[in-house]
Design a binder for this molecule. Structure first.
Ligand code: ATP
Ligand code: LTN
Length: 334
């Protein structure tokens, strides 16, 4: 492709608040890797978002580096993409403050994730947890992103980001690109293996598969996966949520479509189906785990990736922030 041709910009991020899961892989990272040639992509480790709930500092540090290694192991090329750590680029926090002054209290009160997390952390409902979506809007708008590849649960936040951008543009002219969420057809909402009515979440170790889980752990978790009292392997999320979730996982892992997978397991019970899903996930996770381990042994390389990523990100971020400050007519220090 000609370098003069302007590619569309992509931004996305994941919090290092736990280990990466099969849900975050299928809902987000898998698509990131697929987009890296066609788009101009920034993929971030959003450590500042992670502290909206209490973190153990040493774990946060370890997971931040491990997450970078996993991004690369999942196929994100650090030369093609800007891979960086959010707290390394201070413009995120600066723009977040400005955008917070263009966000309504009522809008933030309606965010589903805030309602859920404030229930889960009822003893520690901080201002940071409440204004979390404003920081997320800053992440996206700072880079003038056109699209944001995320799982279904983040759609509401991206819509709020658009609303904030539109409001700001309405007052100050065309400052921000309006982003759209990019949600995969398959795997946008991977459900818990233990309770297929709930989203697979990193805080539920038995219901979720971690990308770095060992094969025996993956097999155990799938063996215990909740299904139903029938025997047919059929996609019907309403009546057969467990089996439908396993079919989704199987298809996202193998690249097959649902009809193909249903045909493959026709007439065979869950005793055949469940181990086949487990095998597909074991094979998906194996190279990621091995490559992550290899990368984690080379801390110098990982440091060079995040250092270079922060420099490249910051050179874009300063342009947007100074444009915003100019529009606000802040006095520029001489
Ligand atoms: P938690 O559930 O513990 O609050 P999370 O896993 O939702 O955390 P992140 O790890 O920050 O939070 O999510 C990273 C990305 O992965 C987001 O784009 C999110 O939409 C996506 N994602 C997370 N879980 C799933 C899931 N179960 N299915 C599909 N996509 C998911
Ligand atoms: N809120 C997201 C993580 C996140 C993000 C972003 C995603 C923070 N900033 C910017 C896309 C774009 C989550 O909880 N999964």
């Amino acid at each position: 492709m000609e370098t003069s041709e302007k590619k569309k910009r992509i931004f996305s991020g994941i919090q290092p608040s736990g280990e990466l899961t099969l849900g975050s892989y299928m809902g987000a990272i898998k698509n990131w890797a697929a987009m890296q040639d066609e788009y101009d992509c920034l993929y971030c480790i959003v450590d500042m978002h992670a502290i909206t709930v209490r973190q153990n500092p040493a774990d946060l540090r370890r997971r931040t580096i491990a997450q970078l290694a996993q991004y690369i192991a999942c196929g994100l090329d650090p030369e093609k993409n800007i891979l960086f750590i959010q707290s390394h680029v201070p413009q995120h926090a600066e723009l977040s403050w400005v955008l917070g002054c263009y966000t309504q209290f009522g809008e933030l009160s309606r965010m589903t994730q805030f309602k859920q997390k404030s229930q889960q952390h009822a003893d520690n409902i901080t201002a940071g947890l409440f204004t979390y979506p404003v920081l997320m809007a800053a992440d996206i708008l700072l880079y003038q992103a056109d699209a944001v590849p995320v799982g279904e649960d983040q759609k509401q936040h991206v819509e709020l980001c658009r609303d904030i951008a539109q409001r700001f543009n309405g007052v100050y002219g065309d400052v921000f690109t309006l982003p759209e969420s990019f949600i995969p057809k398959l795997g946008a909402r991977v459900m818990s293996l233990g309770n297929p009515m709930n989203k697979m979440s990193k805080s539920d170790p038995e219901g979720c598969v971690y990308l770095l889980d060992k094969p025996e752990d993956i097999r155990r978790k799938f063996k215990r996966a909740v299904t139903d009292s029938e025997t047919a392997v059929r996609f019907d999320p309403e009546h057969k949520p467990g089996v439908s979730n396993l079919l989704t996982i199987y298809c996202a892992a193998t690249g097959k479509d649902i009809a193909e997978a249903e045909a493959e397991f026709a007439g065979q019970g869950y005793g055949v189906f469940k181990p086949a899903v487990a095998d597909a996930v074991v094979e998906l996770a194996r190279p990621i785990r091995e490559e992550t381990e290899r990368l984690l042994a080379d801390k110098g390389y990982l440091e060079s990736v995040y250092r270079q990523g922060a420099q490249r990100a910051q050179s874009l971020a300063v342009r947007t922030l100074s444009k915003v400050y100019r529009k606000l007519d802040f006095v520029v220090p001489k």
